[in-house]
Design a protein around this ligand. Structure first.
Ligand SMILES: Cc1cc2nc3c(=O)[nH]c(=O)nc-3n(C[C@H](O)[C@H](O)[C@H](O)COP(=O)(O)OP(=O)(O)OC[C@H]3O[C@@H](n4cnc5c(N)ncnc54)[C@H](O)[C@@H]3O)c2cc1C
Ligand SMILES: *[C@@H]1O[C@H](CO)[C@@H](O)[C@H](O)[C@H]1NC(C)=O
Ligand SMILES: *[C@@H]1O[C@H](CO)[C@@H](O)[C@H](O)[C@H]1NC(C)=O
Ligand SMILES: *[C@@H]1O[C@H](CO)[C@@H](O)[C@H](O)[C@H]1NC(C)=O
Ligand SMILES: *[C@@H]1O[C@H](CO)[C@@H](O)[C@H](O)[C@H]1NC(C)=O
Length: 599
């Protein structure tokens, strides 16, 4: 898959990350100045903060915002990335500018994908018994913190009105969506769901993370930092990579070590936290930093020559992402339904109309980011004849066989428990297994596998643990049921085009292609086309019992360490059926409530 094609996939709906504010290199803002302080140099830091947050992305800035609502609480956010220019990050049209700063490095070669390495893309900027209820009912209030203004259908019981993060719909949709949405309903077991907030599987409209008035991106930086100029207790230092968390002899976190901006990665400084360190570096860098701090699987730490302070085998394990399956069928007939996106250039009158609407009121076709409707389908609809056999096959497996050979027994036990749960989900009409997004001009894009069966890992590089990127291994297709489900997804994708009214629109299959017919042939094709990421990494510091390989408890505290919590997408035990940005906001909101409640 070419890079340009790849990047067009990235800027999906809820344009996730964050962003911005260019900075002049500067002078110290007096502490009396009433604004959230951007710290430019380590010399401006306070000697200690109540909370130090590692990472200023989706989760980090959300938690920082909520904690600094209390003027007596001091918070420092350390973020490796930059304040990217507004012009690079605010536009929504056509999925934005694609100029957001990113981490970009190759994964470990994938054994089951013909030895291919996959590009790991991650946001790198400011984004932009005490049991806690992490169930749907317990999470709903935190999802509801997202406000939704304009709507295609709205059930206000699912959407809040008081979050600075805005979710809204573009003011225009192309008519080519009509045949696509109708065709979904011609296939058995596919339900129309009135609201994307309902937590159901089926076809639904979902909003864009977009301010409905300014019609620009709504993300962590403009919603949870830039709007808090009046908070002198909220400090943020960009372009500052944390090196590790410091633990004392009682394994209590006391502060962090970070690379100073001017040092080119050579000299380090430290900052103390009097209450807690909160890890928000995302599902790849949070486990890396925990391992570098001596918290993780002893074997991995020893191999890198590091002392193990807390032997916690789950750190970096249970790694998951959504996969892009790579099948592609174009609907040539959609080009005859006007207007469509090609008409923006092909039909000067339509192009001018669109430009005028945008210039005058920020309405019309240019308010579309990346599409707002998809089938989010359960396996019962994708494989009505096979789901039950596949679930039974999963249940009967010796699950440990499909993990890396060196995986710890606790991690293996957790995996087995997850697979038993996944087998139940395979029989449920309400768990999303695949996403089929539809585009009014080109048709249904490549299907996405939303429930991975394989588990990979993130481990520090044993040769150069501090300097090199971590080893990211998706271990794609290591569980054979994964490949069988992907085969069913490809077959459904074909039925959608060839066994429905869409047949009249001239489906043109370019992948796998007409010569790939039987299940065996499709299964053999899958490794050549599958990409094991949809940029939704999660799971590497899972909220699970320690004896199942979990890393954090119900209050998000790292097992065996005092004053250290994880508040980002790493804590998801398994991926949600939908995209990860909104669930990460919800996790961060709930984390902030837990911390404030002193749980
Ligand atoms: C290209 C792309 C497109 C995406 N599109 C969508 C989408 O359309 N819809 C959706 O729902 N989700 C999308 N996502 C996923 C979404 O962005 C993530 O799920 C979400 O941001 C995760 O939040 P987080 O807080 O866990 O991590 P992040 O938001 O990634 O934040 C982690 C932060 O930590 C920083 N960091 C890392 N290491 C260090 C260090 N050593 N010191 C200091 N800081 C550090 C990083 O620079 C980063 O800013 C996309 C992701 C990418 C990369
Ligand atoms: C959103 O939907 C509600 C309920 O159907 C309706 O009352 C309201 O007018 C809609 N808002 C917009 C902006 O379309
Ligand atoms: C950092 O590296 C750059 C590029 O190699 C160099 O120009 C600069 O002088 C270095 N700065 C320091 C403080 O070493
Ligand atoms: C912009 O909105 C105003 C107010 O609704 C309307 O009168 C005007 O016609 C709109 N302009 C365009 C170009 O659509
Ligand atoms: C199908 O797609 C291929 C590749 O894009 C193209 O070369 C071919 O002309 C298309 N066929 C039809 C019938 O449009």
């Amino acid at each position: 898959m070419s890079l340009s094609k790849r990047s067009s996939l990235l800027w999906t709906l809820a344009a996730a990350s964050s962003a911005l504010v260019s900075t002049a290199t500067g002078f110290a803002i007096p502490r009396s100045a009433h604004q959230a302080r951007q710290i430019r140099d380590a010399s401006q830091l306070l000697p200690a903060y109540d909370y130090v947050i590692v990472g200023g992305g989706t989760s980090g800035l959300t938690v920082a915002d909520r904690l600094t609502e209390d003027p007596d609480v001091t918070v420092l956010v350390l973020e490796a990335g930059i304040f990217a220019p507004d012009a690079d990050v605010l536009p929504v049209t056509d999925g934005g500018t694609r100029r957001q700063p990113r981490y970009f490095f190759p994964s470990a070669p994938q054994e089951n994908l013909g030895g291919r390495s996959i590009d790991v893309w991650l946001g790198k900027m400011l984004f932009a018994d005490n049991a806690q209820d992490w169930s749907w009912d317990g999470m709903l209030p935190y999802f509801k913190k997202l406000a939704k203004r304009f709507n295609i259908s709205t059930d206000t019981s699912y959407w809040g009105e008081h979050s600075p993060i805005q979710a809204s719909f573009p003011s225009f949709q192309y008519p080519g969506l009509d045949p696509l949405v109708s065709a979904f309903q011609e296939l058995p077991g596919v339900e129309m769901i009135a609201d994307s907030g309902a937590g159901r599987a089926g076809v639904y409209w979902y909003p864009t993370f977009m301010d409905p008035v300014k019609v620009e991106r709504s993300f962590a930086l403009n919603a949870h930092y830039s709007n808090h100029r009046d908070r002198p207790n909220y400090h943020l230092m960009a372009e500052t990579a944390v090196r590790r968390v410091l633990l004392d002899k009682d394994t209590a976190a006391t502060g962090v070590e970070f690379y100073t901006k001017s040092s080119n990665g050579s000299s380090v400084a430290t900052v103390k936290a009097t209450k807690e360190i909160l890890m928000a570096a995302g599902a790849v860098h949070t486990p890396k930093l925990l391992q570098l701090s001596g918290i993780g699987p002893k074997r991995v730490l020893e191999a890198a020559g590091l002392e193990t302070l807390v032997d916690l085998p789950g750190v970096g394990e249970n790694f998951q992402d959504h996969s892009n399956v790579g099948a592609l069928i174009a609907l040539e007939g959609l080009k005859q339904i006007h207007p469509n996106a090609n008409d923006l250039t092909a039909d000067p009158a339509f192009g001018k109309w669109a430009d005028d609407l945008w210039a005058a009121n920020r309405t019309g076709p240019h308010s579309i980011a990346y599409g707002n409707v998809a089938g989010w389908l359960p396996l019962t609809a994708i494989a009505p004849e096979r789901f039950s056999d596949l679930a039974a096959e999963l249940e009967a497996q010796d699950h440990t066989k499909y993990l890396a050979a060196d995986v710890d027994a606790a991690v293996a036990k957790g995996y087995a428990a997850q697979m038993q749960g996944l087998a139940r989900a395979m029989r449920s009409p309400d768990t999303v297994f695949a996403r089929y997004r539809v585009d009014p001009t080109t048709g249904a894009s490549e299907p996405i596998l939303n429930q991975p069966f394989s588990r990979g890992h993130v481990r520090i590089n044993a040769q150069d643990p501090f300097g090199a990127d971590p080893v990211v291994d998706y271990r794609s297709l290591s569980n054979p049921v994964e490949r069988a489900v992907v085969v069913e997804m490809v077959k459904w994708y074909r039925r959608f085009h060839f066994d429905s009214s869409l047949k009249a629109l001239g489906p043109n299959e370019t992948a796998p292609g007409a010569e790939v017919v039987t299940d065996e042939q499709i299964a053999a094709w899958v490794p050549t086309a599958l990409t094991p990421t949809d940029y939704h990494p999660a799971g590497t510091a899972a909220l699970m019992p320690r004896e199942l390989g979990g890393v954090v408890d119900q209050t998000l505290r790292v097992y065996g360490v005092k004053n250290l919590r994880v508040v980002d997408a790493s804590i998801m035990p398994s991926l949600p059926g939908g995209n990860t940005c909104q669930p990460t906001y919800a996790i961060a909101e709930k984390a902030a409530d837990i911390i404030k409640s002193k749980a």
